[in-house]
Design a protein around this ligand. Structure first.
Ligand SMILES: [Zn+2]
Ligand SMILES: [Zn+2]
Length: 344
């Protein structure tokens, strides 16, 4: 029987998972962000200002949902140095009213607290400590965030000047940015797919995110995720996100993604080519004939299934990338062998 890898829901919702407002260093108020993004067909915005949690639930309406989140930074040395590495993580709250600040380090909130001393008294501190630049410390922070009711994305590794040793040991992260508009606009590369791929190959289950990281008008409307949630209720959106019922895109649209008897089928907006990659040397590609574009493709995944060594089933995956004619791409999450076992 046909299995829908991307659930067939009544609607699929467009979301930006990384947003700054005047509450930190963004140019727009939350109300302006809502108006601009709604006008561009978005229904979901994660408001992720720096270091402090400002829920924007008052903006919710029948066609708009604000997700409660914030972005934490962990700097190596001096954030003003051009060589300074950092980890930036978005914490997304499972409960919209959750404003707990995980591992609060006053150094990171100093400027804001100087300007708004009243904030200090309102902080809902989960824990306070000096943040430290190390994989172990980040793993500790992610664990604390999970205990406090959040799931965590790992943001813009390229802008953060990070490479393999900085991220390969990360544990418990839910998502990773494969595209960040603000960083792309700054010249830091159009995509961050390599760290995503490296983590998957290391056996870390993580979902791809394309985001705007919007601070100014130039960042807006370039990277998003499409979420196949049952409804726009906060709980339904969170459960779709946590389950990975979404894909990341800068343009192409995945209309359906199914598997039946080992055959992966995809229908999509017109694309130049479509690739399926896996955790080992086994990949597939469908290419549009000269002068044409693809709106569907089929891949027989038996070769992938058969190559998977016994004992490796839990980390054996395939994932789909769509390449648009305009150079814009889209990425599915990894689908694991154990999820599709019944189709072979
Ligand atoms: Zn950041
Ligand atoms: Zn940011």
């Amino acid at each position: 029987m046909k299995q829908y890898l991307l659930p067939q829901t009544e609607r699929i919702y467009k979301a930006n998972m990384h947003t700054h407002t005047v509450c930190s260093d963004g140019d727009f108020t939350p109300e302006e962000i809502k108006a601009r993004y709604k006008a561009h067909g978005y229904q979901i915005m994660a408001f992720s200002d720096h270091d402090f949690c400002f829920p924007q639930s008052a903006l919710n309406d029948e066609d708009f949902l604000a997700l409660t989140s914030y972005e934490v930074a962990i700097n190596e040395h001096n954030p003003r140095s051009p060589y300074d590495k950092c980890y930036h993580l978005n914490l997304f709250a499972r409960d919209p009213e959750n404003t707990k600040i995980v591992c609060f380090d006053p150094v990171y909130g100093a400027g804001k607290l100087r300007k708004e001393p009243d904030l200090q008294g309102q902080l809902d501190l989960w824990s306070t400590e000096d943040r430290e630049y190390s994989v172990d410390y980040v793993n500790h922070l992610v664990e604390e965030a999970q205990k406090a009711g959040f799931f965590v994305s790992y943001n813009h590794p390229t802008w953060s000047q990070q490479h393999y040793p900085d991220y390969i040991g990360l544990k418990g992260i839910w998502g990773i940015e494969v595209f960040n508009s603000d960083c792309a606009q700054g010249g830091f590369g159009e995509d961050d797919v390599r760290p995503f791929e490296d983590l998957l190959k290391a056996g870390t289950k993580v979902f791809p995110l394309a985001t705007d990281d919007v601070h100014t008008a130039k960042d807006a409307f370039s990277g998003w995720i499409m979420v196949a949630a049952k409804s726009l209720a906060y709980g339904d959106v969170i459960s779709a996100l946590e389950h990975g019922d979404f894909y990341a895109s800068c343009g192409p649209e995945i209309r359906s993604l199914t598997i039946e008897d080992g055959i992966l089928r995809i229908t999509c907006s017109p694309c130049r080519h479509i690739c399926v990659s896996t955790e080992f040397r086994c990949a597939f590609r469908a290419q549009a004939p000269e002068g044409e574009l693809l709106t569907e493709a089929e891949f027989d995944l038996h070769r992938w299934y058969d190559l998977c060594a016994p004992g490796k089933e839990a980390t054996a995956y395939f994932r789909v990338s769509l390449f648009g004619a305009d150079g814009k791409n889209a990425y599915s999450r990894p689908y694991y062998r154990e999820e599709v076992e019944g189709q072979f």
